[in-house]
Design a protein around this ligand. Structure first.
Ligand code: NAP
Length: 260
């Protein structure tokens, strides 16, 4: 029970990595609010976990909407009494923009940049801003921002959402460090997680293209694509008190991809 008595809010929690984190957090004793734009999937996950006796609530949350963030935080505080953990997990890639394979920057459409920065960048700022008052009132907190290996190294042409995606994830990496240094004395920690290639709906289209999966595996020293549980285990560590001396750090979970 590594999260006994804690209350967490996970954005983009209806499926993929967010759903795996929700399941694991509940198993470890937390009460969890999941927010997502996918209402059917979110309510299904809520029902599944409640049937097993877990404390979980789904709320509709578009991370680009400040008011919906306020409602999601209020749901955690009114329903479960406080907010200890925020996982800024929601994000979009090329799948969400019609499978566009972003060309190089001189041909990149402006609207793709805006859409990706809005969800992946501004969404994390809005979530952090909404959660901080509850954490300040609590005198402690752990914020985990899901960046990417694309927040550490540049992406080439034909790599999904390309430069916009990498820029948005780089913004998440540095917003994390600013949050960490601004709120350290308030007992609030903030760390980023940098997944490599993980099997989820976000990557399924790219992975199904001929040769793409094999190419990604070959580029990964540990020789496989990651799973949602690989990421959830790292997020659990950062959410728990086991990481109490960590803030502003980058947890890379990529099978060694960026070590080369
Ligand atoms: P996923 O299965 O697509 O899950 C992301 C969830 O966020 C989906 O339910 C998605 O809904 C939701 N979402 C999208 N826009 C939203 C919004 N405006 N407000 C609230 N929820 C929204 O993808 P995932 O792989 O689990 O991704 C989780 C995080 O990991 C993302 O930040 C992603 O960038 C990052 N990441 C993923 C990989 C990878 O290889 N999978 C690698 C590095 C980093 P829709 O499906 O309707 O958009």
């Amino acid at each position: 029970m590594r999260l006994e008595g804690k209350v967490a809010l996970i954005s983009g929690g209806a499926r993929g990595q967010g759903a795996a984190e929700a399941r694991l957090f509940v198993q470890e004793g937390a009460a969890v609010v999941i927010g997502d734009i996918l209402d059917d999937e979110g309510m299904k996950l809520e029902a599944e976990i409640r049937e097993l006796g877990g404390h979980i609530t789904f709320v509709h949350l578009d991370v680009t909407d400040a008011e919906q963030w306020t409602s999601a935080v209020n749901e955690a505080v009114t329903h479960y009494g406080k907010l200890d953990i925020l996982v800024n997990n929601a994000g979009i890639g090329s799948t969400n923009i019609g499978g566009v394979q972003a060309p190089r920057i001189h041909d990149a459409p402006e609207e793709v940049w805006d859409q990706i920065m809005d969800v992946n960048g501004k969404g994390v700022f809005l979530g952090t801003r909404a959660a901080l008052p509850a954490m300040l009132a609590n005198g402690s907190g752990s914020i985990i921002n899901i960046s990417s290996i694309a927040g550490m190294v540049g992406l080439g042409p034909g790599s999904g959402a390309g430069s916009a995606y990498a820029s948005s994830k780089g913004a998440v990496r540095l917003l994390t460090k600013s949050t960490a240094v601004q709120y350290a004395l308030d007992g609030i920690r903030c760390n980023s997680v940098h997944p490599g290639y993980i099997d989820t709906a976000m990557t399924s289209r790219m992975m199904s293209e001929p040769g793409m999966r094999e190419m990604r595996i070959a580029a990964t020293p540990l020789g496989r694509i990651g799973t949602v549980d690989d990421i959830a285990n790292g997020v659990l560590f950062l959410a728990s008190d086991e990481s109490s001396f960590m803030t502003g750090s980058e947890l890379v979970i990529d099978g060694g991809y960026t070590a080369q």
